[in-house]
Design a protein around this ligand. Structure first.
Ligand code: BDR
Ligand code: CA
Length: 322
């Protein structure tokens, strides 16, 4: 039986590649794409999602979601992905538009229609937080919730403490980690180093000669330059596709463990930090009062620590070759 996915995305260049991977996976039915403000404004992100779906020959319904984080103004990442989020190559508008239902409602309805649904989030968690506020027992209907986000026990890409998706809307992430969902965190650390597409990988993809391969490399041109400036690392880093590879095949993760996980919302210095109780000390008498609500809710999350780089890249190649 095919697995059913819902993908929540602030569609920019790496999101687009992740969408391709899911839409081209024969064993997966993508029931809905819900769109949130993040990398770019929500309308531009909807255009990008619709264009990507069209390139894949997919009629998957696309739902427009939150225009801004729950409690803050949107600070986008167009400096990283380009003004249109897609490297400013002038991609045309898709032939169809978004559905007349808002994204949070679409998340709820899709989970009710497909119990055991796999939710994959590739952007700030605003839509999911709104869905949880409307339907607090949503988690009972979800089989897995794979979140690209966070910088567990390492530095982030926006601040030393935080990764973009969580930093952008920390209040939403704060709601989601308390929401009773079977969370799996794929943090930014998994998308660096050997996981980055190097010159040989890029050459291989360009040599495929497919429209999807060409698009995947071209739309990430601005992100590639920004990543070099940010980290000093050459190549194309693809956080959302890495997360999608683990959503599609959990065995691509080679090291994971389950912990209490919380998100910092009060400090400016550590806004959006994903604090993981990696040594499992939340229940100690010194710590228990700080972690109390998570302990009471038994809100553990799986954190993925390492991945099989060869198999993540193979799963990407398979999608782009089609
Ligand atoms: C995440 O932030 C965005 O820029 C990417 O699309 C990805 O979802 C990486 O930190
Ligand atoms: Ca994203």
């Amino acid at each position: 039986m095919s697995r059913v996915f819902l993908i929540d995305t602030d569609t920019a260049s790496d999101d687009a590649v992740a969408l391709i991977m899911a839409l081209k996976a024969p064993e997966v039915k993508v029931a809905a794409i819900t769109v949130v403000a993040g990398n770019v404004g929500v309308d531009q992100a909807c255009r990008n999602a619709l264009y990507t779906a069209e390139l894949c020959g997919s009629e998957v319904p696309v739902f427009r979601g939150a225009e801004a984080p729950l409690a803050r103004a949107l600070e986008d990442a167009s400096w990283f992905h380009g003004r249109d989020g897609m490297g400013d190559h002038g991609y045309p508008a898709a032939r169809r538009g978004v559905e007349p239902v808002d994204a949070a409602e679409a998340i709820i309805r899709t989970a009710e229609t497909y119990p055991g649904l796999v939710v994959v989030t590739l952007g700030p968690l605003t839509n999911l937080a709104i869905a949880l506020q409307r339907k607090p027992d949503l988690g009972k209907l979800v089989g897995r919730c794979v979140v690209m986000g966070g910088a567990p026990c390492c530095e982030g890409n926006v601040t030393p403490a935080a990764e973009f998706n969580i930093w952008c809307d920390p209040e939403a992430a704060h709601v989601v980690v308390r929401g009773g969902l079977p969370l799996e965190l794929v943090g930014w650390h998994l998308c660096r180093g050997a996981a980055v597409l190097d010159e040989r990988d890029i050459h291989r993809i360009n040599g495929m000669g497919t429209a999807l391969a060409h698009f995947a490399m071209e739309c990430n041109s601005t992100a590639q330059a920004a990543y070099l400036e940010q980290t000093g690392e050459h190549g194309i880093s693809l956080p959302d596709p890495v997360a999608m590879s683990i959503a599609l095949d959990p065995t691509i993760s080679t090291s994971w463990s389950s912990h209490y996980l919380d998100v910092e919302i009060h400090s400016n210095l550590t806004r959006g930090m994903t604090v993981v109780d990696r040594l499992n000390v939340a229940g100690d008498s010194r710590n228990r009062f700080i972690w109390r609500d998570l302990i009471e809710k038994k809100s553990n999350a799986i954190v993925h620590w390492m991945l099989d780089v060869g198999r993540w890249k193979e799963s990407l190649y398979r999608a782009l070759a089609s």
